[in-house]
Design a protein around this ligand. Structure first.
Ligand SMILES: [Zn+2]
Length: 245
């Protein structure tokens, strides 16, 4: 009896110790993912909305993963997420459950080369392989914050379904963002590469030119945090969103 009680106490101490270790930065092993050694946590709403969660008609759950060994850090990922919340808020979309994960990717996996895309799918092998490691219940869209997107002038790329009724693939609704997209000086400091890529996926649309700066402009120096009304309308009809109560 006594030894049984001691065992329970020891177990509690052991789990408390591991909880405090994991709690040093809030990450815990992501045991249900195919990413060996990945850590994850759910963002607290206060981290996304320091001034309170806004009441908005739509909610977006998402996953943001940043690769270790790159200039991406947890703080930089959260900064992108906060800016994304501010930008999409103008379209009536608030961020809901956001899973933040850090990935121990090897050096050859921290970059993707879109010039080496499979002609049949239009997707590089690394994109298909890494996307396939995500557990089935992963909130989409999923952003991979990586070292570099090569083979294109773009600093980031995303993959949206051409035909929403067609068969799904794990890489659909994923975005791949090189760190230069975070560092590039912008006239509009509220602009976010993460919001830009998520907007592509929600809007199911490409770039638009025009005389005014906006989130999905085709010219890099015309990119801004404002969203065109027609893009907002399409974003609000995205099947990735849920309607809030
Ligand atoms: Zn774009």
């Amino acid at each position: 009896m006594l030894s049984a009680r001691r065992a329970v106490v020891l177990l509690c101490l052991a789990s408390a110790a591991s909880a405090s270790l994991a709690g040093t930065d809030g990450f815990a092993p992501w045991t249900d993912s195919g990413f060996l050694g990945a850590d994850q946590r759910w963002l607290h709403p206060d981290e996304i909305y320091p001034r309170g969660v806004p009441a908005l008609p739509f909610e977006l759950d998402a996953t943001v993963m940043f690769a270790r060994g790159t200039p991406w850090t947890q703080a930089r990922a959260v900064r992108q997420i906060r800016r994304t919340a501010g930008i999409l808020g103008a379209c009536g979309v608030r961020l809901g459950r956001i899973r933040l994960a850090r990935l121990p990717l090897g050096p050859d996996r921290r970059r993707i080369d879109v010039s080496e895309s499979d002609p049949a799918t239009g997707v590089p092998a690394a994109v298909a392989e890494l996307s396939a490691l995500l557990p089935a219940a992963t909130p989409h869209p999923v952003a991979f914050l990586i070292a570099r997107v090569a083979g294109t002038e773009s600093l980031a790329v995303s993959y949206r379904a051409r035909d929403e009724r067609g068969p799904g693939a794990p890489y659909l609704n994923t975005a791949w963002i090189g760190y230069r997209a975070h560092w590039l000086p912008r006239k509009d400091e509220e602009y976010s590469a993460l919001a830009h890529e998520f907007a592509h996926l929600l809007c199911r649309c490409g770039h638009t030119a025009g005389p005014t700066r906006h989130l999905l402009h085709s010219a890099r120096n015309f990119l801004a945090s404002t969203v065109l009304p027609e893009h907002c309308r399409r974003i609000a009809s995205s099947p990735l969103l849920t309607v809030t109560d």
